[in-house]
Design a protein around this ligand. Structure first.
Ligand code: NAD
Length: 337
């Protein structure tokens, strides 16, 4: 079955393409390169042992989508295309709504016109209301940023589309903090200017782009006083998409599942793990904690385990080791050059 991956040249999309191919599907990639580069395509071909069909285009381009669905017998869509910077979404909300929500409207409309009704959607744990501890799918919803609200709006639209026409199969995956890179170190995360996430910040310090890591608060009610979060390897996330596609083909309907490791790691755990696997010292300084910052947020991944047979196989050391190898590679050097 041919599966269209929107955002296929991106971080999660490129890993998902390889996993799809390895599982016997035919991935077809669509991307406008707004946060990725064409250089990824030959690398993917090298890793896959064959060129992967690719179309350059924007999910908001109705004609492009119609031509794509007309020409190719697409069985389902893994929809990853979107903008993902929380900070940028605050300063450019219209851009985020236009791309993430408007783009999803165009995509679903094109799918409906061509009677393709299987979609796996990349959402985020940021749709949940801020609360301490483990988060399951039934937790209260209250996204705190425009970015997360665009994801929730897309989720809700998909629910409505499914409610109106139950032939639609919708699998919503809410990721926690993705990290790591492909074990080949040939693909990894290329984007992010001024990242807000811990792992890219640590790598900036490791490669000398940032003098030291600022750790927000050292007196949280956690074992070492720093915030605890859930990190999940990008290859594990990619694998979950294939399981989600396979599941929806045998068990149609609408589902929502968290993707996280279920393990919590403090900021210091992550810094220490990174130092251990890289051999690089990360200068750090504890600074004032951010207002409203939660001490512990951890994924409850039971539903994905029970329904998909999925669990995160890569641990924190592996996330840090693969990330560090990627950071030292030519591919990563090109995107920081
Ligand atoms: P990414 O930026 O690396 O990949 C997204 C890709 O989509 C990029 O290649 C970009 O060029 C493309 N794109 C964006 N808008 C497009 C458009 N209008 N038309 C065509 N292509 C477009 O990001 P990622 O980390 O791979 O994330 C993939 C998806 O998962 C995103 O939607 C993101 O919001 C979501 N997500 C990511 C994380 C994470 O930790 N990385 C966590 C939660 C959710």
């Amino acid at each position: 079955m041919k599966i269209l991956i929107t955002g296929g040249a991106g971080y999660i999309g490129s890993h998902t393409a390889l996993e799809l191919l390895a599982s016997g599907f035919e991935p077809m990639l669509l991307d406008n390169f707004c946060n990725s580069t064409p250089d990824t395509l030959p690398v993917l071909a090298e890793l896959a042992g064959q060129a992967l069909p690719f179309i350059e285009g924007d999910i908001r381009d109705r004609d492009r989508l119609d031509a794509l669905f007309d020409r190719h017998d697409i069985g389902g869509v893994i929809h990853l295309a979107g903008l993902k910077s929380v900070g940028e979404s605050v300063t450019a909300p219209l851009c985020y709504y236009a791309n993430n929500f408007g783009g999803t409207i165009q995509l679903l409309a094109a799918m409906a016109r061509h009677e393709v009704r299987n979609v796996v959607f990349s959402s985020t744990a940021a749709v949940y209301a801020p609360s301490e501890g483990r988060v399951c799918e039934d937790a209260p919803i209250a996204p705190a940023s425009p970015y997360a609200r665009t994801k929730l709006a897309a989720e809700e639209m998909m629910r409505d589309v499914h409610a109106c026409d139950p032939r639609w199969n919708v699998s919503i995956l809410r990721y926690f903090n993705a990290g790591g890179a492909h074990p080949s170190s040939l693909i990894g995360e290329r984007s992010v200017d001024d990242p807000h996430n811990l792992l890219p910040r640590i790598t900036e310090v490791a490669v000398g782009q940032r003098e030291r890591l600022e750790i927000f608060g050292g007196a949280h009610p956690t074992p070492d006083g720093t915030c605890v979060r859930d990190y999940v390897h990008v290859v594990d996330i990619a694998r979950a998409h294939i399981l989600a596609v396979e599941r929806m083909l045998v068990e149609p309907g609408l589902s929502i599942r968290n993707l996280g490791s279920g393990r919590g790691h403090s900021v210091l755990d992550v810094v220490n793990a990174f130092e251990r696997v890289s051999g690089v010292t990360i200068p750090r300084r504890i600074v004032q904690e951010r207002p409203g910052e939660l001490a512990t947020v951890q994924c409850d991944p039971s539903r994905a385990r029970e329904e998909l047979g999925w669990s995160a196989e890569h641990d924190l050391n592996r996330i840090c080791a693969d990330l560090w190898r990627w950071c030292q590679s030519d591919g990563a050097a090109q995107c920081t050059a």
